[in-house]
Design a protein around this ligand. Structure first.
Ligand code: NDP
Length: 342
C-alpha cells in the first residue's frame, strides 16, 4: 500500500502554467494531420491563438469540414512536407502505416513530430529518425471539451513530454503547443510526463479502473433486480438519472472526501461505514495482472494481432455483452422514460 501521509517526496512531476510557455517558439506553419475529435479542436484553437495552421487529411467529409472551417487542406504527405511542426492526430491503431507511407518520407532534420498519445512510441510500433524532435501533447479532455473550454476562456489539463530532443528546445515547443491549444488558460495546467507513463496509465485507466467500475455497476444492478426492485427504478437510481455523473464531476472538482459534504449525513455515514466491505484483495491482484500485461508489452502485441483480424474478438465480446441485464434493460428503460423527449 502507498503510505498516503508521506506525500511531499512523491509530488515531483513538473507542472507548468501560462507564464511558462511562449508561442513565439512556434515559427512557421503547423500541420494538423487528421481532422477528427482532437484534430478539429486543436487546429481551431491553434488558429484562434494566432498561429498558422494547415490541415492534412484524405479527401472526404472531414476534409470538406476543415475547408468550411477556413483551413488550407492538403494531402497528409504534402502537409507534413510544408510544416516544421506536425501534430499527428489520427487514431493510434492507424498511425504506424500512415507514418511509414506518408509522414516518414516528409521528415527531415529539425522537424518536430507531436503525438497526442504515447502508445506507438512506447510500444515501438513507430520509430522515428534521431534528428527529429518527438514530443507529446496529450490533453486529458475529449476533443469537444478542448474546443468548448477554449471558446469559454477556460483551461484544461494536458500531459506533455519529450521522447527525442534533437533541437535542444523540444520541451519549449511542447509547452507552446499546449498553450496554443488553450490548456494554460485559467483553470488549466500542464504536467510533464514520459511517453511511457502516459501510454501505460492511459491503458491502466481503460483496462483497470473503467472495467472494474463496469463490473461493480453490473453487480449492483443484478443484486437489486434479483432482490425484486423494478429494473426501471434500479437503472434510474444507479446511473441513468445522471446523479452519479454529477458526483463524479464533484469528485474531480472538490476531491473524493470533500464532495461527501454535498450528501446527507445518512448517505455519508452509510457509505463510509460500509465502504470497506468492498475492498477486495482479488480486485487488487486482477489490476496488478492487467498492469503487468500493459508494462511488459503483451497487451500491445495481443491488440496488434486482434487489429490484424479486423477486431473479430472485440465484435464477439460486444455481442455477448448484449445478454448482461444492465445492457438489455438499458435500451428498453431508456425508450420508456424518454417518450416525451423524442
Ligand atoms: P479520430 O478517430 O477522431 O480521428 C479521425 C481522423 O483520422 C480523421 O481526420 C480521419 O480522416 C483520420 N483517418 C481515419 N482513418 C484514416 C486513414 N485510413 N487514413 C488517413 N486518415 C485517417 O481520432 P482522435 O482525435 O480520437 O485521436 C487522435 C489522437 O489523439 C490519438 O493519438 C488519440 O490517442 C489522441 N487522443 C484522443 C483523445 C480523444 O478525446 N479522442 C484524447 C486525448 C488524446 P477521415 O475520416 O477523413 O479518413
Amino acid at each position: 500500500m502507498v503510505d498516503s501521509r508521506d506525500i511531499s517526496e512523491e509530488l515531483k512531476t513538473p507542472v507548468y502554467f501560462d507564464e511558462d510557455a511562449d508561442l513565439q517558439v512556434l515559427a512557421g506553419p503547423i500541420a494538423v494531420i487528421g481532422y477528427g475529435n482532437q484534430g478539429k479542436a486543436q487546429a481551431l484553437n491553434l488558429k484562434d491563438s494566432g498561429l498558422e495552421v494547415v490541415v492534412g487529411n484524405i479527401h472526404d467529409e472531414y476534409c470538406d469540414l476543415a475547408k468550411r472551417d477556413g483551413f488550407e487542406v492538403l494531402d497528409i504527405r504534402e502537409a507534413a512536407v510544408k510544416a516544421n511542426i506536425i501534430l499527428f492526430l489520427i487514431p493510434d491503431e492507424l498511425q504506424p502505416s500512415i507514418f511509414e507511407e506518408q509522414i516518414k518520407p516528409a521528415l527531415k532534420k529539425d522537424k518536430v513530430l507531436c503525438f497526442a498519445s504515447g502508445y506507438n512510441i512506447t510500444f515501438e510500433t513507430i520509430s522515428v529518425r534521431k534528428d527529429v524532435d518527438i514530443i507529446l501533447v496529450a490533453p486529458r479532455m475529449i476533443g469537444r471539451g478542448v474546443r468548448e473550454s477554449y471558446v469559454n476562456g477556460k483551461g484544461f489539463y494536458t500531459f506533455i513530454g519529450v521522447h527525442n530532443n534533437a533541437s535542444g528546445r523540444a520541451m519549449d515547443v511542447a509547452l507552446a503547443i499546449a498553450k496554443g491549444i488553450g490548456s494554460t488558460k485559467p483553470g488549466g495546467a500542464v504536467l510533464e510526463v514520459t511517453f511511457r507513463q502516459e501510454a501505460e496509465l492511459d491503458l491502466f485507466n481503460e483496462q483497470c479502473f473503467g472495467p472494474a467500475f463496469g463490473q461493480v455497476l453490473t453487480c449492483a444492478v443484478d443484486v437489486a433486480i434479483e432482490a425484486g426492485y423494478p429494473p426501471e427504478v434500479v437503472l434510474l437510481e444507479l446511473y441513468m438519472s445522471g446523479e452519479f455523473a454529477y458526483t463524479a464531476e464533484m469528485i474531480a472538482k472538490m476531491g473524493t472526501l470533500k464532495q461527501l459534504e454535498l450528501h446527507s449525513p445518512t448517505s455519508q455515514y452509510g457509505s463510509m461505514s460500509r465502504g470497506m466491505r468492498y475492498a477486495s484483495p482479488e480486485l487488487r491482484e486482477a489490476m496488478k495482472q492487467s498492469l503487468r500485461e500493459i508494462q511488459n508489452g503483451s497487451f500491445a502485441k495481443e491488440f496488434a494481432a486482434e487489429y490484424e483480424m479486423d477486431l473479430e474478438i472485440l465484435d464477439d465480446m460486444k455481442e455477448m455483452a448484449q445478454d448482461i441485464p444492465v445492457v438489455y434493460f438499458d435500451d428498453a428503460v431508456r425508450k420508456k422514460l424518454n417518450k416525451n423527449r423524442e
